[in-house]
Design a protein around this ligand. Structure first.
Ligand SMILES: [Zn+2]
Length: 395
């Protein structure tokens, strides 16, 4: 039958939304099935999932009304009642979940599972190439929107009981598979609430209303410990030493949670400013709690002694990283950057102002440097001498 005839006979409605339902398979925890109702789409085609370390794509099957099941070629027009595919889940070993690899996994003892959009969740487009919006729902019916292709990936986690924080109209769900973190919740929860409350107050116009923060155990001996920010979910490794989570690791976890939350709130700063502001405010947000983190200036002074590119200014580093991909300068954003913002914040506070209130007014040039207008405003408050001093030290 002619596909062209079919596509003109059944005109796809472009305002439809797809629902990807993830379900356990009957064979065990080591795989899940994803199915999507596609009968209202008319002719459509599948687009490959975004990828991370390799090009693997799931094999999709088209199921028609009469029950026949055939494999689908990506980017080829088709009509199906629904589309289904299987995702294998790797068993997480005793070292814990390696966040950096973002491999679809299940935890056989603790009973939770993880699916990343990468290599696993294809998208669908109408016959006239319009991407169809989609929600992805876990077996416990928590759903998340498939992000735009230029946004961080979607992560799906299920099988962990969330602790819900409601802060200024925003909902942050915290989950963990680490027993000691759960047991000490009364200690860290007020601190995290205070941090998020502060960060949210800095971005009154932010349209992000909900995100998740998940802490996953990872053994120190395994060597790789990391964090990752998805479109709606922040993943953070909690380091275990011989199976034990040490209390003195908590400030680091809270700092990372705040840093990644800043990335969800501040979506307009250029890379160097985004990283350095996230780090500065992550540390500043801890100041109001019982947890302490190394002072940005002290951290920078120590780091500068051995870092080979310490004398490179932040604007130049920004340019080298963004236009020439010279990532060896990237660490400056995390260490020199926070020291700069701290010094600027202090100078503003000396004049009865603070960086907090100036933050929404900062603008940047195309090359990432602060705009003349912003520099003018700041100089008006702290004085030209002070600004020149900061420029010489950091920018
Ligand atoms: Zn960051």
């Amino acid at each position: 039958m002619s596909l062209l005839l079919l596509s003109t006979a059944l005109i796809a409605s472009t305002d439809s939304t797809l629902k990807y339902q993830i379900e356990p398979t009957s064979t065990g925890h080591d795989a899940v099935t994803v199915s999507v109702e596609t009968n209202s789409l008319g002719t459509f085609h599948a687009l490959p999932a975004r990828t991370l370390a390799n090009d693997t794509q799931p094999t999709l099957f088209c199921v028609t009304a009469n029950g026949s099941q055939t494999a689908i070629e990506y980017q080829t027009p088709i009509q199906c009642d629904h589309v289904t595919w299987q995702l294998p889940l790797a068993a997480i070993g005793k070292d814990g979940f390696d966040i950096a690899k973002q491999i679809d996994s299940y935890e056989p003892i603790k009973g939770w599972s993880f699916v990343s959009e990468f290599n696993s969740l294809p998208r669908f487009a109408t016959h006239n190439d319009e991407l169809i919006p989609a929600q992805v729902c876990s077996p416990d019916n928590q759903c998340g929107w498939m992000p735009d292709a230029d946004r961080p990936p979607l992560f799906v986690v299920w099988g962990l009981k969330p602790v819900e924080l409601n802060i200024n109209g925003k909902t942050i769900k915290v989950t963990t598979d680490t027993e000691q973190i759960l047991q000490t919740m009364d200690d860290w929860k007020p601190a995290l609430e205070s941090q998020l409350n502060y960060l949210i107050s800095l971005f009154p116009d932010s349209s992000v209303n909900q995100w998740d923060i998940a802490f996953f155990s990872r053994d120190k001996q395994a060597g790789s410990v990391s964090g990752a920010a998805g479109s709606n979910k922040i993943l953070i490794n909690a380091i275990l030493d011989n199976g034990q989570f040490e209390d003195d690791e908590m400030p680091m976890l809270l700092k990372i949670a705040a840093h990644e939350s800043m990335h969800l709130l501040d979506t307009s700063s250029p890379l160097w400013a985004s990283e350095s502001l996230a780090e500065y405010y992550a540390i500043k947000s801890l100041d109001k709690t019982q947890y302490k983190f190394t002072d940005p200036k002290a951290q920078w002074d120590g780091f500068a002694q051995s870092f080979p590119f310490a004398s490179t200014g932040l604007f130049e580093a920004s340019n080298l990283v963004s236009t020439e991909q010279q990532y060896q300068y990237y660490p400056l954003f995390y260490v020199k950057g926070p020291a700069f913002w701290q010094a600027l914040d202090q100078s503003l506070m000396d004049k009865g102002e603070s960086l907090d209130s100036r933050l929404p007014t900062l603008t940047y040039n195309k090359d990432g440097s602060l705009s003349e207008a912003s520099i003018g405003e700041l100089t008006k408050i702290i004085g030209k001498k002070k600004w020149d001093e900061l420029t010489k030290l950091y920018l």
